[in-house]
Design a protein around this ligand. Structure first.
Ligand code: NAI
Ligand code: MG
Length: 356
């Protein structure tokens, strides 16, 4: 297959983790006889410096001409004091909105070789295999904020039936390919938008008699994610709850450096990026863990390109390299000498080459 991939490295460790993932994708292309064209664009703080805006038109045009987008991370102290429109994070919100990427998918899966890195007991973590499906283009983050007076500010939380139904359907479809369970998280005891959410989930479930459904209030879901994370399969929720719960879930496996994400719409186009940020504290030192970006690339192969075998090859190689005891600095315990970002990436690339 021929695919064009828009690559947006971004700031901080973005360029390092992206170059690692691209190396692995190059091996995949060679071994599986695909042709991947990588076209590079600017986003975030790097784009603010070069173009005066975190999402230049050139970058949008480049993504429009591509089959999928692979993104590193954006942000850093250099731009923290910028006004809202020239903050790096604005580039992320804008690109999701521009491309209508309404579903943010974040898998959290225990990696057997490094269970001991989790802050939770190994027993609780070993069977964790869940996915958070977060609504990404509605809700509070896209409502109409206003500063009423010196002493009052307002944000609005709006959801329409159409917005809820398409994200809920994505979650049910995903559950069908997994263990067949959907947990819908809301705050229906307080919020009107959550009551509508619950109503729509009940309507959609009628078309999925094979799927087990439960409703949970967000506060109790937050507790259960810690006390019994293995009980979840697919969690579907609105934008802000999903933002918070997915960060909570991200600590379960022991490092942010392991977690991939996809932001997609129904036609297969998607943006793939690690869950973590630009980690300015470790940038440029060879300390970054590129696993999350590699696993995001694997999600891209599977979800946007339908390349199941190729995706599995990357996931398998990452597991194998951990099983062999090799890791980057974020996962190295006492007495273990970690590999640099580049060295670790080279091991994974080699493993993909051998296995495929
Ligand atoms: P962060 O995720 O960048 O870092 C949190 C901690 O985890 C840091 O100690 C960092 O060194 C470590 N870490 C994260 N990813 C790592 C990796 N791959 N390998 C090794 N260590 C890793 O979050 P933080 O520090 O709150 O934010 C830093 C900047 O990133 C800020 O400007 C923030 O706005 C931005 N950010 C961007 C996101 C994105 O681009 N999607 C998401 C979250 C934050
Ligand atoms: Mg967040």
């Amino acid at each position: 297959m021929e695919k064009r991939i828009a690559v947006l490295p971004g700031d901080g460790i973005g360029p390092e983790v992206i170059s690692s993932a691209v190396k692995v994708l190059e091996v995949i292309a060679r071994r599986f006889h695909h042709s991947f064209e990588f076209v590079y664009g600017s986003i975030g703080g790097a784009a603010v410096d070069a173009y005066g805006t975190p999402l230049p038109d050139e970058t949008i045009a480049l993504c429009e001409k591509s089959d999928a987008v692979l993104l590193g991370a954006v942000g850093g102290p250099k731009w923290d004091q910028n006004p809202a429109d020239t903050r790096p994070e604005k580039g992320l919100l804008a690109i999701r909105k521009h491309f209508g990427l309404f579903a943010n998918i974040r898998p959290v899966k225990a990696v057997p070789a490094i269970l001991h890195r989790s802050p939770l007991k190994e027993d609780l973590v070993k069977d964790v295999d869940l996915v958070i499906v977060r609504e990404l283009t509605g809700g509070l983050y896209f409502g109409e904020p206003s500063r009423k007076t010196h002493d009052a500010a307002v944000d609005t939380l709006v959801y329409t039936r159409v917005e809820i139904e398409r994200i809920v359907r994505s979650a049910f479809d995903l559950a069908r390919m997994r263990r067949g369970k959907v947990t819908s998280v809301d705050k229906a005891n307080v919020l009107q938008s959550s009551r509508l959410w619950r109503e729509v989930v009940e309507e959609v479930r009628a078309g999925y008699p094979d799927i087990e459904v439960e409703h949970q209030l967000v506060d109790s879901a937050a507790m259960k994610l810690i006390t019994n994370p293995a009980a979840f399969d697919v969690i579907v929720t609105e934008n802000m709850f999903g933002d918070i719960l997915s960060d909570e879930a991200s600590v379960i496996t022991g490092s942010l450096g392991l977690l991939p994400s996809a932001s997609v719409r129904t036609d297969g186009f998607g943006l793939y990026e690690p869950v973590h940020g630009s980690a300015p504290d470790v940038a440029g030192k060879g300390l970054a863990n590129p696993a999350a970006t590699m696993l995001s690339a694997a999600m891209m192969l599977r979800q946007s390109f339908g390349m199941e075998e190729e995706a599995t090859a990357i996931e398998q190689a990452v597991q194998t390299i951990y099983e062999e005891g090799h890791c980057t600095a974020d996962l190295a315990g006492s007495g273990v000498r970690p590999l640099s970002t580049e060295q670790w990436a080279a091991r994974v690339a080699e493993e993909v080459d051998i296995q495929s």
